[in-house]
Design a protein around this ligand. Sequence first.
Ligand SMILES: [Zn+2]
Ligand SMILES: [Zn+2]
Length: 133
Amino acid sequence: MELRNCPRCGSLFAYTGRNLCAACLAQEEKEYDALRAFLKDNPRASLEETSEATGVKPERILKFLREGRIVAAQEAPWLECERCGKPIVAGRFCPECAKKLRQELHLEGPGDRPDRSDQDRMHVADLIKKGKS
Ligand SMILES: [Zn+2]
Ligand SMILES: [Zn+2]
């Protein structure tokens, strides 16, 4: 059994794959349920309104968003892309930056990227051509 300090409340707990103590885990599930229920009825609420209505701190709400557990309304993005600062509804990067990062990280050939369109492939081919000349 591995003992860890809970990153949220600092107390010692037995690590079971979730990096939170049982009390914080239960609290987090409660916050998550409250957020989900509120956003279902109020998909266009602002971050402040959501925080007030659910009692969940804005930074906790943003953490849920970054983890992709909840998604803000398309019309009212609460997050910014960590790369270009563009408003995004969930995760850490906007779709364009996510794509660029994937291209930078995955240097292996095409084929294992089923989500890519022909347009992307041509674009990459152009870049390779330019790099060589
Ligand atoms: Zn804790
Ligand atoms: Zn971006």
